[in-house]
Design a protein around this ligand. Structure first.
Ligand SMILES: Nc1nc2c(ncn2[C@@H]2O[C@H](COP(=O)(O)OP(=O)(O)OP(=O)(O)O)[C@@H](O)[C@H]2O)c(=O)[nH]1
Ligand SMILES: [Mg+2]
Length: 343
């Protein structure tokens, strides 16, 4: 499956309903006054972010989104019903651009963020609004205001604080599912994940977004496997966590080839790897685990053992992540303050 991160949509808000011309009809009253109600407002087109989404794929299949028109006003001063709104739900990190693909309308980078893309037209006035001292029986009503029609581009850029990288089948998606509300596909075969999945972690009152990135294999940067198209997304993560399968026959080889692929794409990417975690340790004996930890220690790499099955080490992992994220935030602040002080 292809990763969709650009989609074109056509939207239209609803027109307002027409105002009504009507006169009161009551027994024994010969000339009832005007009582035509106003037309209802047209429906809005609203865009809203949803946490559980991570692609724009829905917009590839459906491109037209038209909100309903407002209903006409009615007699007895009844206002017409408002047209139904349309709410487009998109992943966090979606940008909305005008048809020229250059002008940014909004960058939707927060959870449950909402933006009005096109407001519904106002309803027309009914004839009771035109009543005046000189015209007691107006036969005039307004048509409703027209809706707004727009062609827009949606562009998704993954906004993840942390990216989980590693060879296929090491348990990246399982880990994401364990620590966030995301429900990625998990399977006992390589390349189960073909699109990055995003999830929100809330730990010790700190929240951050984690992305599970499709497995990287040797040659990914030349287009092998599915990883290549995501290297660009990996670039946008502030921190990378390298996940290793502790039961792999070639632990160091796998570890190095993933780093190589990152480095070949962009040297500085490897500097973003701040944690190396060893998954599936539930399948190892204590002795085996110790041996592996020592193996990495010899290369001056500290690995953190975890198991997404038994939850072993997960709390520790999250504590460490929170610390890294907090440090990053304060460093960013320091840089900004530092700039202010520059002569
Ligand atoms: N025993 C054990 N198995 C695990 C653990 N974590 C994941 N697995 C299994 O490992 C397999 C691969 O898990 P995924 O989470 O799909 O791995 P992935 O890294 O996302 O794989 P790709 O999407 O193909 O890159 C699945 O069969 C999981 O059930 C663990 O802690 N212990
Ligand atoms: Mg996966």
């Amino acid at each position: 499956m292809q990763f969709i991160d650009l989609a074109i949509i056509h939207i239209r808000s609803g027109s307002g309903g027409a105002g009504c011309v009507s006169f009161r009809k009551e027994k024994y009253i010969e000339f009832g006054g005007p009582d035509g109600g106003d037309g209802g407002r047209g429906g809005d087109v609203i865009i809203r972010t949803a946490e559980n989404l991570n692609t724009l794929i829905d917009f590839k299949y459906k491109q037209h989104y038209f909100a309903k028109n407002g209903s006409q006003g009615m007699g007895k001063n009844k206002t017409g019903a408002k047209g139904l709104d349309i709410i487009l739900t998109v992943p966090i990190g979606t940008e909305v651009l005008l048809e020229n693909k250059q002008t940014l309308l909004i960058d939707l980078n927060k959870v449950n963020q909402e933006f009005l893309l096109a407001g519904g037209g106002n309803g027309g006035w009914g004839n009771q609004k035109f009543k005046s001292s000189t015209n007691r029986a107006p036969r005039k009503a307004n048509p409703g205001e027209k809706g707004v029609e727009l062609t827009l581009w949606l562009r998704l850029k993954l906004l993840a604080d942390v990216g989980l990288i590693g060879m296929p089948n090491v348990g990246k998606s399982s880990l994401l599912a364990k620590i966030t509300n995301a429900k990625p596909k998990i399977g006992d075969f390589p390349f189960t994940t073909t699109n990055p999945n995003l999830g929100l972690v809330l730990h010790n009152q700190v929240d951050f977004v984690v992305a599970d990135i499709p497995g990287l294999i040797e040659g990914a940067n030349e287009g092998k496997g599915v990883g290549i198209q995501f290297l660009g997304h990996i670039e946008r993560c502030k921190t990378l966590v390298h996940v290793i399968d502790s039961t792999s026959k070639d632990l160091l080889g796998g570890y190095e080839s993933t780093l190589n692929e990152l480095g070949k794409y962009k040297e500085t990417l490897t500097l973003k790897v701040e944690l190396v975690i060893l998954n599936k340790v539930d399948l190892l004996s204590k002795k085996e685990l110790k041996k592996i930890i020592m193996l990495f220690k010899k290369m001056e790499i500290n690995v953190l053992p975890i198991s997404t099955y038994s939850k072993y080490g997960i709390e520790d992992f999250l504590n460490k992540l929170v610390k890294i994220i907090e440090t990053e935030k304060s460093e960013n602040k320091l840089v900004k303050v530092g700039k202010k002080w520059a002569p």
